[in-house]
Design a protein around this ligand. Structure first.
Ligand SMILES: Nc1ncnc2c1ncn2[C@@H]1O[C@H](COP(=O)(O)OP(=O)(O)OP(=O)(O)O)[C@@H](O)[C@H]1O
Ligand SMILES: [Mg+2]
Length: 285
C-alpha cells in the first residue's frame, strides 16, 4: 500500500495551535504524510483571532487541483472554509474522488470570532455534507445546522440523527462544551454510542476540535475502520489536552507531540480502559 497520506483543507493559525498547523502536526505524529490546501490566513494567538483574510476561490482551486492531480491520498479533512464560493470549490474538487472525507464544520473560533460566513453554512449543508463520511460538529455547530437547542445528551442524539439525514454516514457531536465528562455522541445512521473521557480541568483547549478531526482523518488514512478511528482519535485528543504544554497567556494549544515515541494506538485505547501502563513505540505505518 502507498505510504499513508492525507490532505487538510483549512485555515492557517499563525499561533500554530489550530487549523492547518494543528492538522499537519497531528498527521505527522500519527505517521501520516500531510498535504495542505490553505483556505484563509488568520492572524491568531492564544488570546484570539485578530484578523482574517479568505483566499480567492481560484487560488483554493489551484491548490486542490495541484495536490489531487499528483498525490495518492487515503483521506481528506476539511476545516475552516470561510465563504460559499470556497465551499463550492472544495465540493467540486472532491465530488468524484470518493476519498474518505472528514468534515469539521468550523464556524466560530473559541474566542467568538466568526470563521464561516452565514451563507457558507448553507453551502456546507448543501454541497459538502452529502460527500462526508464523518462530520464532527461541536454543540454550537450542531445547533446552528439543525436549528435545535442542544443542552443534553438526548438533544445531541436528536441533532446527530438530523445531521445524518444530510448525508454523512457517521456523525460525531462533540460534547466538549457541556459540563461533566467530555462525552461525544457517535451516530452511525442506526444507533448512538457515547464516547466518554474524563474532562481535563484546563484552559488550554485551543485547537481541540481541529486536532480531534485530524486524528480521525489520520487513522482513516491508516485504514482503520471508522468506529476504531473515532475511538483512537478520542483517546489521542484526551491525552493531547492532558499534556498541554501551557504556551501563551490565553487558551494555549494541546500537545499532539505527546504521542511521539511513547504510545501505539492499541496501547492508548487499553490505557483509556484500564489506566496507565508501560509506554510502547508507535506502530510503523
Ligand atoms: N477539557 C477537556 N477535557 C477532555 N476532553 C475535552 C475537553 N474539551 C474538549 N474535549 C474533547 O475534545 C474534542 C474536541 O471537542 P470540542 O467540543 O472542544 O471541539 P471544538 O469546539 O470544535 O473545538 P475548537 O474550538 O478547537 O474548534 C472532543 O472529543 C471533546 O470531548
Ligand atoms: Mg471546532
Amino acid at each position: 500500500m502507498a505510504f499513508p497520506s492525507a490532505l487538510t483543507v483549512a485555515g492557517s493559525d499563525s499561533g500554530g495551535g489550530a487549523g492547518i498547523q494543528a492538522d499537519l502536526k497531528v498527521f505527522t505524529v500519527l505517521g501520516v504524510y500531510g498535504a495542505s490546501v490553505v483556505t484563509a490566513v488568520t492572524a491568531q494567538n492564544t488570546l484570539g483571532v485578530h484578523a482574517v483574510e479568505v483566499l480567492s476561490p481560484a487560488l483554493v482551486r489551484a491548490q486542490l487541483d495541484a495536490v489531487l492531480a499528483d498525490l495518492d491520498l487515503q483521506a481528506v479533512k476539511t476545516g475552516m472554509l470561510g465563504t460559499p464560493a470556497v465551499v463550492q470549490e472544495v465540493a467540486r474538487a472532491l465530488r468524484d474522488r470518493r476519498l474518505p472525507l472528514v468534515v469539521d464544520p468550523v464556524m466560530i473560533a473559541k474566542g467568538g470570532h466568526a470563521l464561516l460566513d452565514p451563507a457558507a453554512k448553507v453551502a456546507v449543508v448543501r454541497h459538502l455534507l452529502p460527500l462526508a463520511l464523518v462530520v464532527t460538529p461541536n454543540l454550537h455547530e450542531a445547533g446552528a445546522i439543525t436549528g435545535l437547542a442542544i443542552t443534553s445528551m438526548e438533544d445531541m442524539e436528536r441533532a446527530a440523527r438530523r445531521l445524518g439525514e444530510l448525508g454523512p454516514a457517521w456523525v460525531v457531536v462533540k460534547g466538549g462544551h457541556l459540563e461533566g465528562d467530555a462525552a461525544d455522541l457517535v451516530w452511525d445512521g442506526h444507533t448512538a454510542a457515547i464516547l466518554r473521557a474524563r474532562r481535563v480541568d484546563t484552559r488550554h483547549t485551543h485547537g481541540t476540535g481541529c486536532s480531534f478531526a485530524a486524528a480521525i482523518t489520520a487513522f482513516l488514512a491508516r485504514q482503520d475502520p471508522v468506529p476504531r478511528a473515532i475511538r483512537r482519535a478520542k483517546a489521542f485528543i484526551t491525552r493531547a489536552i492532558e499534556h498541554a504544554p501551557g504556551l501563551g497567556s490565553g487558551h494555549g494549544p494541546t500537545n499532539p507531540m505527546y504521542w511521539l515515541g511513547r504510545e501505539c494506538p492499541e496501547h492508548l485505547e487499553e490505557e483509556e480502559e484500564h489506566g496507565p501502563g508501560p509506554g510502547c513505540r508507535p506502530t510503523a505505518p
